[in-house]
Design a protein around this ligand. Structure first.
Ligand SMILES: *Cc1c(COP(=O)(O)O)cnc(C)c1O
Length: 379
């Protein structure tokens, strides 16, 4: 039986990327590496749709976000942080740990931030230095309209627009320059299709200016150092060389497909899976569904542990469960990164086979038919 991963990080790694990473390691202080880094830097700009620097850090996505807090702010600075799930919650706790004054905007799980709610908070808190938003909240499979929110933030404040794009970059449209985004972070094991271990941070000119006056202590995560090295296609510390070689190959694949096509593919796969699970009588969890991951309510009488076990042991499929109060209540199927149409047919077939063993009543084949209809442009 083949093993198939449908989790929102790590995500499957394409064979061409694995083969590149299996080549003998090169040294990072030689021209061979600078050539790779130069291409990676250029292609990252394309993926983020920016002319601004996109820094590559050796750490997971969380480290990438930490680098932005410690490099941009000073003790006591006020920021707004939108919390609609596990990751939003992390971007409340983390800046608090660094002594920032965090105004938390709570959004119910599975719903998107409303412009009116953000506007209210902006008006009540003039002088905030930044607003942190999660573009695709992975714990709830919910997307935020970052383009709209950025417009609203710029019209009503001087705050930087800072985006956790960790499961959005490569799945949702992201136009860093055109939308006036100031900070956007992603991680390697999500839309960029390589194993965990790298984070990528795009910075606007305003964010770069903030780095010069920020007074929080930092060393490894000092983005001023990273930026200085970046200008020479270098890194300040030993980078995860094999992963950088891997992301070079992955970015070439994205470039060949075209970033707009990559976004469209994610939207199509998400729409197809949503149609499939709905057709077998399941309910969607999010009212603003992400294109990266689809969260679904477990139907009445189906127990998560047994469902997950059958999916994994009898079908080779790994998906994600719910978190916190939604543990055991929802499941999440990822289609972020290296997925195509037939992967959605496969995962829907596996969901049907599993539901059939769990006494859930539905017309067998109806989910797969619905998935196919959307993929074939008939849904
Ligand atoms: C995965 C993820 C993170 C955390 O990234 P790590 O690589 O696990 O540190 C942050 N935000 C979102 C939205 C994520 O999906």
């Amino acid at each position: 039986m083949k093993k198939r991963l449908f989790t929102p990080g790590p995500t499957p790694v394409p064979e061409t990327v694995m083969l590149r990473m299996a080549e003998p390691i090169i040294h990072h202080r030689n021209p061979e590496f600078a050539e790779v880094m130069k291409r990676v830097n250029r292609n990252l700009k394309y993926v983020f749709q920016t002319e601004q620097p996109v820094l590559t850090l050796t750490c997971s996505g969380t480290g990438g976000v930490e680098s932005t807090f410690v490099s941009l702010f000073s003790p006591g600075d006020a920021i707004i942080s939108v919390n609609g799930g596990k990751f939003g919650e992390r971007w409340v706790k983390m800046p608090q740990a660094f002594g920032l004054n965090v105004v938390e905007v709570k959004v119910p799980w599975g719903t998107a931030l409303q412009p009116g709610q953000l506007l209210d908070v902006l008006k009540k808190n003039p002088g905030v230095k930044a607003v942190y938003l999660v573009h695709s909240e992975t714990s709830t499979g919910t997307a935020t309209d970052v383009k709209e929110m950025a417009k609203l933030i710029h019209a009503n404040s001087n705050a930087l627009v800072c985006v956790d794009g960790i499961t959005a970059v490569g799945a949702h449209e992201m136009r860093f320059d055109a939308w006036g985004i100031d900070v956007c972070v992603t991680g390697s094991q999500k839309g960029l299709m390589i194993p965990p271990g790298l984070a990528f941070v795009a910075l606007s000119p305003r964010a770069i200016d903030m780095m010069q006056i920020s007074r929080l202590p930092r060393f490894y995560f000092d983005l001023r150092k990273a930026l200085k090295s970046y200008e020479k296609d270098d890194t300040p510390w030993t980078p995860a060389i094999s992963l950088i070689v891997g992301v070079d190959a992955a970015l070439e694949m994205i470039r060949a497909e075209g970033i707009e096509n990559v976004w469209k593919r994610h939207e199509r796969l998400a729409r197809a899976l949503r149609a499939g699970v709905t057709a077998v009588g399941l309910k969607l969890f999010s009212n603003s569904p992400s294109f990266a991951v689809t969260p679904v309510w477990l139907p009445e009488g189906v127990e998560w542990k047994a469902f997950n076990k059958t999916l994994k042991l009898d079908n080779g499929i790994t998906i994600a469960g719910g978190q916190d109060e939604y543990a055991g209540k929802i499941f999440r199927v990822s289609h972020l990164g290296y997925y195509d149409d037939l992967d959605m047919v496969t995962v829907m077939a596996a969901l049907e086979r599993t539901l059939a063993t769990q006494n859930h009543r539905f017309a067998p084949g109806s989910g797969v038919t619905a998935v196919q209809s959307v993929l074939l442009g008939r849904g």
